[in-house]
Write a protein that binds this ligand. Structure first.
Ligand code: HEC
Length: 127
């Protein structure tokens, strides 16, 4: 059996399961102090399926978030949540995030070490 589609299905299943867990976590005020201190927000467990724990994606299908500007991440997530930025996957991911969750996720991912690379004339990434 071809492993790619099943891997993708697995990622989506993980993401959907994680999203309900994330909703529970955001309803739980205990998550807030860790976020305020700049700790890893609980929702990172969900995002990691596509964007990686530290914001370095394992697949070119998913953008790297590591080292992205904090305000960019906040604006992107608020856009997905409001529908101003349309993407079926991220719309679902952002729907359950509170403003505090978004802020904590933006702080986390913007403070991770970025992986910069250039692109060859043939369009291949070079580290
Ligand atoms: C099932 C895979 C998947 C999961 C899980 C996921 N994302 Fe995404 N994310 C994507 C894809 C695909 C895009 C590109 C969407 C687009 O083109 O707008 C994206 C885009 C983004 C962007 C915009 C990046 C850019 O460069 O503009 C941000 C920010 C983001 N995701 C944050 C998150 C956060 C935070 C979580 C966890 C709450 C999360 N994502 C969970 C797949 C995922």
């Amino acid at each position: 059996m071809n492993s790619r589609p099943s891997k993708l299905l697995f990622s989506i299943a993980v993401a959907l399961l994680g999203l309900s867990a994330a909703n529970v976590a955001s309803a739980n005020e205990a998550a807030a102090p860790a976020a305020a201190a700049g700790g890893k927000p609980a929702q990172v467990g969900v995002c990691a399926a596509c964007h990686g724990e530290n914001g370095v994606s394992a697949s070119p299908l998913f953008p790297n978030l590591a080292g992205q500007h904090r305000s960019y991440i906040e604006v992107a997530l608020k856009g997905y949540k409001s529908g101003a930025r349309k993407n079926a996957v991220m719309g679902g991911q952002a729907a359950g995030l509170s403003d505090a969750d978004i802020k904590a996720l933006a702080v986390w991912y913007s403070s991770q070490k970025p992986v910069l690379y250039t692109v060859s004339p043939e369009g291949e990434a070079k580290k």
